[in-house]
Design a protein around this ligand. Structure first.
Ligand SMILES: Cc1ncc(COP(=O)(O)O)c(C=O)c1O
Length: 448
């Protein structure tokens, strides 16, 4: 396949203007300058076409510019754009009713609407303190929960998220996230590694570091996103639930990235047969409009009028987009995510047998991580090689995103078709083959 020369002239000119006026703190993976998109396809300002295997960081769940979502936005825009969260409107109520219907617990659910994932997490932190009257929390290494001061304290995937920002929020202790590919704790015979981590929390954190009666909540991603698309072992969440019940600690599950049907169920936590107390969501909820929510069991969201609020919460356009998105996911795309996810996982697992740099392939539904290593035995992270795979794929028309130091996340729109999956896989394998050659990793004879 002939690589494209990127960025093109129009993209280059825009990137130059951008650098003059936009904060240099944005991560910017590679020089893709969007012009328009349709479903899984996107075009840059120079007319180059790409397949989007990252959906704007797992956001455009129904694909780019789905006509039903666009129509819902247009219809709402003609009625009114905003009234503020001091008043009422029906789409906001309808959305909260729908979220209550699909929330992953049997109790009735109440939602607080936000403008982003990090604001949903801030809401959960404040709610946990308010409801329990306790001030401390447990988070996890490798976590990503956002960048506002409370959420970023829990974020622990890269040093740069904290560097220069101390002091952070008080009262957060991190436990190791159960990473089955890279376990760091010793497992007892017959113990699931997730149970090992929960035992560590009980024996090494609750008591020696934090008195349990002063712990408000445990905040955890169901599947770690930025940390490397890590799926915890099956015993983790049931054991964590029991631990929380033993000490009256709230189990706060962050599904900002893993939720909204991406794993083939509404919420990834459903795969683990565990009911959280509080759930934070955002990203895929409104196909790209800024919206998030903190959903809690009714008796937990017990704060008084005015204790927490925001100007834009429940924005009517975002709510209209979310209602259309939820209908599409429910009727078609959740099923498609499960089916295409299975297909992709199998294809990537087969690809692993042909490529020594692929150390691990894991995921649920359309949330799949491919971890690159220099050597399968030592598991030395192949940071530079994985960056090169992303670059080579971009030049060949495939948008990918990295996470952790050496993982590529596969998170396309939930509407992706089989032929698009195949097209993307072919580009992905070509990029891996070329990168392995450049880094001197011999492909023949590779085995798992
Ligand atoms: C699990 C998780 N929580 C929270 C956030 C923060 O969301 P936002 O960037 O909308 O603030 C993210 C963003 O990537 C995330 O993946």
């Amino acid at each position: 396949m002939q690589p494209m020369k990127l960025p093109g002239p129009k993209a280059r000119a825009l990137i130059k203007r951008d650098a003059a006026v936009i904060s240099p703190s944005y991560p910017r993976s590679y020089p893709f300058v969007m012009d328009h998109g349709k479903g899984t396809e996107v075009w840059d300002v120079d007319g180059n076409r790409f397949l989007d295997f990252m959906a704007g960081i797992a956001v455009v769940s129904t694909g780019h510019a789905h006509p039903k979502v666009v129509q819902a936005i247009q219809e709402q825009a003609e009625k009114f754009l905003h009234i503020s969260s001091d008043f009422y409107h029906e789409k906001w109520i309808l959305l909260a009713e729908k979220l209550a219907e699909i929330a992953p617990f049997h109790d009735s659910a109440v939602s607080f609407m936000t403008n982003s994932g990090t604001e949903a997490v801030e809401t959960a932190i404040k709610l946990a303190r308010y409801h329990t009257g306790r001030s401390n929390f447990i988070g996890f290494t490798g976590a990503f929960h956002g960048r506002t001061m409370g959420a970023v304290t829990f974020t622990a995937s890269k040093a740069k998220y904290h560097r220069g920002f101390y002091p952070l929020m008080n009262g957060v202790v991190h436990a190791p996230f159960p990473n089955p590919y890279r376990p760091i704790l010793e497992r007892r015979p017959g113990e699931d590694y997730g149970e090992t981590v929960v035992r560590y929390i009980e024996e090494q954190i609750l008591g020696p570091i934090l008195p349990p009666e002063e712990v408000a909540g445990i905040l955890v991603e169901t599947i770690q996103g930025e940390g490397g698309y890590i799926v915890p072992p099956p015993g983790f969440f049931p054991a964590l639930r029991k631990l929380c019940d033993r000490y009256d600690i709230l189990l706060i599950v962050d599904e900002v990235q893993s939720g909204m049907g991406r794993t083939g169920k509404w919420w990834a936590i459903e795969h683990f047969h565990t009911e959280p107390d509080v759930l934070t969501i955002a990203k895929g909820i409104a196909s790209g409009l800024p919206l998030g929510a903190c959903i809690a069991r009714r008796h937990i969201m017990d704060w008084e009028r005015g204790a927490h609020g925001n100007t834009f919460g429940g924005n009517p356009i975002a709510c209209a987009a979310a209602l259309a998105t939820i209908e599409l996911i429910e009727n078609q795309y959740m099923h498609n995510a499960a089916e295409m996810g299975q297909y992709l996982l199998q294809a990537l697992t087969e690809m692993q047998t042909r490529h020594p740099s692929i150390g691990d392939v894991r995921g649920l539904g359309l949330m799949i991580g491919v971890e690159f290593v220099m050597d399968r035995k030592t598991k030395e992270p192949a940071e530079k090689l994985h960056e090169r795979v992303i670059e080579l794929a971009f030049e060949r028309g495939l948008l990918l995103l990295g996470c952790a130091r050496n993982v590529i996340r596969i998170a396309p729109p939930l509407s992706i078709s089989r032929s698009e999956v195949n097209e993307g896989l072919a580009i992905f394998e070509e990029a891996v083959t070329l990168a392995e050659k450049e880094f001197g990793l011999a492909a023949p004879g590779a085995s798992r």
